[in-house]
Design a protein around this ligand. Structure first.
Ligand code: PEP
Ligand code: MN
Length: 354
């Protein structure tokens, strides 16, 4: 089994000494890129914004001394130009930049004719199309090697994780772009050291192609993202604890039989849905004839409560059942609204839909 692609290194390039100390700690660990932020996109002004161009020769020193490939963040055409001049090996586009198509396009234009591996983070907001769009802008400009990085999505108040993992968006990304390898960034997703292993494990179990982890020789004193960085020893221990499972789908008689059962149950669920919608349709006709509003809050509340309670007694999660019922109810309303709409179109009723 090939091991996943690993990217490791400090959040920021703080000094040549810090980079060398971190690089030494990574000695012996097999990873593909040593990362370090040179231009730091800070949310508010007044904090450390990276050493910029001054840090590029330090990274050249790491290339020379350790033979590591270097990846840095670029956020403008000037960054691209300066980093290319310095012989940096790979670039990533950060989550804030990916939200802005102008920025991504500017970076794409500056990459024309250049063949440098690109890593594209998800935008801070949960917008799959924006993420896909950024990938497309880069691939329209250059036929370089592109990877996507899932780092979670902004939340107003930090919950368990700094950024909401919203794994579904990453899985949808995989469906849309199975050809683009997907890396998980548990460091920016989690925001604290204690959750890195659990997030890394989930990512591996969801078939991600690699991990991006921030590593600093002295994490507590890091100038940026001090809470989430780990040292080399901690990275080694995390990678040892990580369970890498077989990535090919399991095909044997037992699973095929179970999948047959799932397929036939899914079919039944769909037939039941058809029956249910037919009845919603009949009710729609009745309501329309009697000039009654479609949405009845009391009935909907009762129905939801009754079913959620019943589902709980069956051991089904409340969230699943309430989301499912909401979708079904929305569809029933759409069906019933078509009767009212039809009548309105023909000047029969002037009913209002709640
Ligand atoms: C980073 O990787 O240093 C960074 C700023 O991450 P993100 O763009 O995911 O916030
Ligand atoms: Mn960081």
């Amino acid at each position: 089994m090939n091991h996943p692609l690993y990217i490791a290194g400090p959040c920021s390039a703080e000094s040549l000494e810090q980079l060398i100390a971190t690089a030494e700690e990574l000695n012996g660990i097999s990873f593909s890129y040593f990362r370090a932020g040179v231009w730091k996109p800070r949310t508010r002004p007044g904090s450390f914004e990276g050493h910029g161009i001054k840090a590029l020769p330090w990274l050249n020193e790491i290339q020379a001394q350790f033979g590591y490939k270097i990846a840095i963040e670029v956020a403008s055409a000037i960054h691209v130009e300066q980093a290319l001049d310095a012989g940096i090996d790979a670039f990533w586009i950060g989550a804030r930049s990916v939200t802005n198509p102008f920025t991504v396009q500017e970076i794409a234009d500056s990459l024309k004719g250049v063949n440098i591996p690109m890593f594209i983070k998800n935008p801070v907001n949960p917008d799959l199309k924006l993420w896909l769009g950024a990938v497309e802008r880069i691939e329209n400009a250059t036929n370089t090697n592109i990877h996507a990085i899932h780092r979670g999505f902004s939340v107003y108040e930090k919950m368990k994780y700094r950024n909401d993992p919203n794994w579904q968006i990453a899985l949808d990304f995989k469906i849309e772009r199975p050809d683009v390898p997907l890396i998980c960034d548990p460091s920016h997703m989690g925001g604290t050291r204690d959750v890195l292993l659990e997030l890394s494990q989930i990512a591996m179990d969801l078939h991600f192609d690699g991990l991006h982890l921030e590593v600093h020789n002295d994490p507590i004193h890091a100038l940026t993202d001090a809470m989430q960085q780990i040292n080399g020893k901690e990275l080694r221990s995390l990678l040892q604890k990580l369970k890498l499972r077989e990535r090919n789908d399991l095909i044997n008689d037992e699973i095929l039989e179970l999948r047959d059962k799932i397929d036939s149950l899914d079919k039944k669920v769909l037939h039941i849905l058809v029956e249910r919608m037919k009845i919603a349709d009949q009710i729609g006709q009745l309501k329309s004839r009697n000039n009654t509003t479609i949405y009845q809050a009391k009935r909907w509340k009762e129905l939801r409560e009754k079913n959620v309670k019943h589902a709980q007694s069956l051991g089904l999660p409340e969230e699943l059942v309430s989301q499912l019922l909401k979708l079904i109810h929305q569809e029933a309303i759409r069906i019933q609204a078509s009767y009212i709409q039809h009548k309105e179109d023909h000047g029969i009723v002037s009913d209002k839909i709640d």
